[in-house]
Design a binder for this molecule. Structure first.
Ligand code: CTP
Ligand code: CA
Length: 226
């Protein structure tokens, strides 16, 4: 127990969390991004610290405050996020809650704003970003013992999440419905399903993101043992 009498099931453990969106620059004034607020990832980092862990949070651009007692590394792009994650290892648990941009503009942004030239919209060729979760989960050495992914889906949530856990090589997927009715992206509540590599599912009721984080940290401590 800690000074406040709370249980510390992750005392001395190292936990790495990614959170927020990534921004992929188009030119000096524009970028590609998504609606992630960082609330769920930040809440997980905070809950892990409360559970006694030594926590590094690698965050894309967000407007919410840094969680207390957490080392925060700020990045902008997916490629920066991957480099920061690799630099933060080793870890006992890695939780990939960031909404990483799947694509980036193929050409480096440069220093000049792209101008309208009267010939219609510019074509924006895209390149695929590295998959940070899969890169870490499939590491030949130094793989964290517990690698956790998220799955943001708008339909067939469980089917897509089961396919995703197999593709990524992680130990658990936390799947949520980010369809408009779900209101998850940017919102404060989340109804999640935990999916295991064998396809087994545990569904939780709709909870605040802080409560999802608290329960997830307890669940991960149980999986890690101790
Ligand atoms: N992820 C990542 N790096 C990426 C893309 C995704 O680390 N370049 C991680 C996310 O942090 C999340 C998991 O992979 O933990 C699933 O992200 P999601 O966007 O749901 O899956 P994708 O594999 O990108 O597939 P899609 O967006 O097509 O559904
Ligand atoms: Ca994606």
């Amino acid at each position: 127990l800690g000074a406040d009498g709370a249980a510390r099931p992750l005392a001395g453990r190292r936990v790495l969390v990614t959170s927020g969106p990534t921004h992929e620059p188009i030119d000096p004034v524009r970028y590609l991004a998504n609606r992630s607020s960082g609330r769920q990832g930040h809440a997980i980092a905070e809950a892990a610290a409360r559970a006694g862990a030594i926590v590094t949070l690698v965050s894309g651009p967000v407007t919410i405050p840094d969680p207390p007692r957490v080392t925060v590394v700020r990045v902008e792009t997916a490629r920066e996020m991957l480099a920061a994650v690799e630099a933060a290892l080793p870890a006992d648990i890695a939780v990939f809650a960031a909404a990483v941009a799947d694509w980036r503009p193929e050409h480096e942004a440069g220093t000049k704003k792209i101008k309208k030239d009267g010939s219609g919209p510019a074509l924006l060729p895209l390149a695929e970003n590295p998959d940070i979760l899969a890169t870490i989960a499939r590491r030949p050495s130094g793989r964290p013992p517990l690698v956790v992914g998220f799955a943001a889906e708008t339909d067939a949530v469980l089917d897509h999440a089961r396919a995703k856990i197999a593709r990524k090589g992680c130990d658990l997927i936390v799947a949520n419905d980010v369809s408009a009715e779900g209101g998850v992206m940017g919102g404060v509540a989340n109804a999640v399903h935990l999916i295991r590599p064998d396809g087994a599912v545990e569904s939780w009721p709709r909870l605040g993101k802080d409560e999802v984080a608290r329960r997830l940290v307890q669940h991960l401590a149980g999986m890690l043992g101790g």
